[in-house]
Design a protein around this ligand. Structure first.
Ligand SMILES: *Cc1c(COP(=O)(O)O)cnc(C)c1O
Length: 494
């Protein structure tokens, strides 16, 4: 059955998956959502014996229905290959209380690789299918990990250019080094004086600027997005929820049909939304545990039904979750409003104008499978230490937030349903915070510190960090948050 996509903010004409991926964001500022959510068409037992790549095909074919089998399998095979440092692409690690789903085995050692290693292929295929002759310009705001994963995915890809904006003082030192050393003539990396929300808002503004769009078209370009607002990021993320369920089945931890809880360290709400879609497609999901750091807008939202961004923005040791406007929540709001674009558009208008919106009790009722929790900086550091001492396993700060929230959840509910915790970044990416939490603070240089962490954890320094030893800094631009559009024009020669 063909699945088409429409905007969350108006009843726009439905478009194909490949068109939605090319476009990224709807013209009215809304996000593309599927008109219907298809059901998995294999038994759960079938997934227990599938490879990651096969699972990816069986899940993605249901949502990206205008791609042929050959096209989709081609994209999957080019994405999930030796760029990942384990052949199974992702794996579960069992500790005393839970299963950690290691999603950081890709080229840039964060879970963003799971989707961003395939997005460029989905996009070029989409351009070909739709006879699009314009060059695609990927415009991306990053809280640290999307930027590098998108750069790695798009660097050198013919017919594309990529521009990444990151908060100059809001990413880890390794994250910044990874981005500013990016090779490829089609890449551009810019630091902004502002936080992630400023970067994301700036990008959304450029996207919807009519004059910009016209100038762009005249120069033979069109924008698209590599942020998780692009449905081409979301769909590949559904895969690992189905895959991990299959692994638990295979290991006889569960029987087909048993529920599994998923614990997700959350920022822009993309990763956990993918788990929600997996559930809507028929995966037996118990609770979706949404873990926030000190920027606990989502925790408050699940407590009260009011989404309120009017608060101080806090820089934490888990910068990829330092977000006050979780873009993908809009998709959930749209669905729980009964797929009502007008209701959703009204709430989003409130968010823009007043910084706050409140959902109805009926909508809250539909979100009961979500449990919100948060961990502050002290709890995050304590959790890194606790899991290391108890299980000999070193977590990164994002995963530690999730792990701490899961402990609270267990205490509060006693719910012993098997739980999968998304492990979203290699600890080497956030080594300073990790070593500090382990009681080994240090003023060693980034790369010496990586060696020290390697001794503690027993894991080799990942290639993505090794490579930074000799990498040349190629991107030096820093701009004010109001000057983003100007920088885009400069890079593209508009
Ligand atoms: C992006 C990111 C998150 C948050 O994921 P969302 O999809 O934005 O909610 C969590 N942890 C890490 C390491 C990330 O890079």
């Amino acid at each position: 059955m063909e699945v088409l996509y429409k905007s969350t903010r108006s009843d726009s004409r439905p478009i194909t998956a490949s068109r939605a991926i090319l476009q990224g964001l709807s013209d009215d500022g809304g996000l593309f959502v599927p008109l219907t959510i298809p059901a998995l068409d294999h038994s759960l037992e079938d997934f227990a014996s599938m490879s990651y790549q096969e699972t990816a095909y069986q899940v993605m074919k249901l949502l990206l229905t205008d791609y042929t089998e050959e096209e989709l399998r081609g994209c999957i095979n080019r994405a999930y290959d030796a760029k990942f440092d384990i052949p199974e692409i992702t794996r579960l690690h069992r500790t005393s209380d839970a299963w950690y789903l290691e999603l950081y085995h890709g080229a840039t050692i964060a879970f963003k690789d799971m989707a961003l290693s395939i997005l460029p292929h989905l996009m070029i295929t989409a351009a070909k299918k739709n006879n699009e002759d314009k060059e695609i310009v990927i415009l991306t705001a990053t809280s640290g990990d999307t930027g590098k994963a998108a750069l790695a995915g798009f660097a050198g890809v013919e017919g594309t250019k990529i521009i990444v904006f990151y908060p100059k003082d809001g990413v880890s030192s390794i994250q910044e080094k990874q981005m500013v050393t990016q090779k490829g003539d089609n890449t551009c990396v810019i630091g902004i004086r502002g936080n992630f929300d400023d970067a994301q808002n700036g990008v959304k503004k450029i996207f919807t600027d009519e004059k910009m769009k016209a100038d762009l078209a005249a120069a033979g370009y069109q924008f698209s997005s590599a942020n998780s607002i692009n449905i081409g990021r979301l769909v590949p993320q559904i895969v690992y929820y189905v895959y991990s369920y299959g692994r638990l089945l295979k290991d006889q931890v569960i029987q087909a049909g048993d529920p599994v809880n998923f614990v997700v360290p959350t920022g822009n709400f993309g990763n956990i939304l993918a788990a929600y879609y997996a559930r809507q497609m028929g995966l037996p999901v118990g609770k979706l545990i949404c873990a926030s750091n000190s920027n606990k807008v989502l925790y408050d939202f699940f407590q009260t039904g009011a989404y309120d961004r009017n608060r101080e923005f806090i820089l934490t040791s888990s910068p990829s979750m330092d977000i006050l406007i979780s873009s993908n929540l809009e998709r959930l709001i749209y669905h729980v409003a009964g797929n009502d674009a007008a209701v959703n558009a009204g709430l989003m208008k409130d968010l823009t104008q007043k910084g706050v919106y409140t959902v109805t009790d009926a909508m809250r009722k539909q979100m009961e499978i979500f449990y919100g929790g948060y961990a502050d900086e002290a709890a995050t550091a304590a959790q890194i230490r606790k899991i290391f001492e108890k299980d000999g396993y070193v977590l990164d700060p994002h995963t530690a937030v999730a792990s701490a929230v899961y402990d609270t959840y267990l205490e509060e509910t006693g719910d012993r349903t098997p739980a999968v915790i998304d492990f979203t970044a290699s600890p080497f990416k956030f080594e300073r915070a990790v070593m500090q939490a382990l009681g080994r603070p240090s003023d060693l240089s980034d790369l010496d510190l990586a060696d020290a962490l390697s001794k503690v954890s027993g894991d080799a320094v990942p290639a993505a960090v090794e490579g930074l030893r000799t990498a040349e800094i190629r991107h030096k631009i820093v701009c004010e948050k109001d000057a983003m559009a100007e920088e885009v024009r400069k890079f593209l020669g508009l």
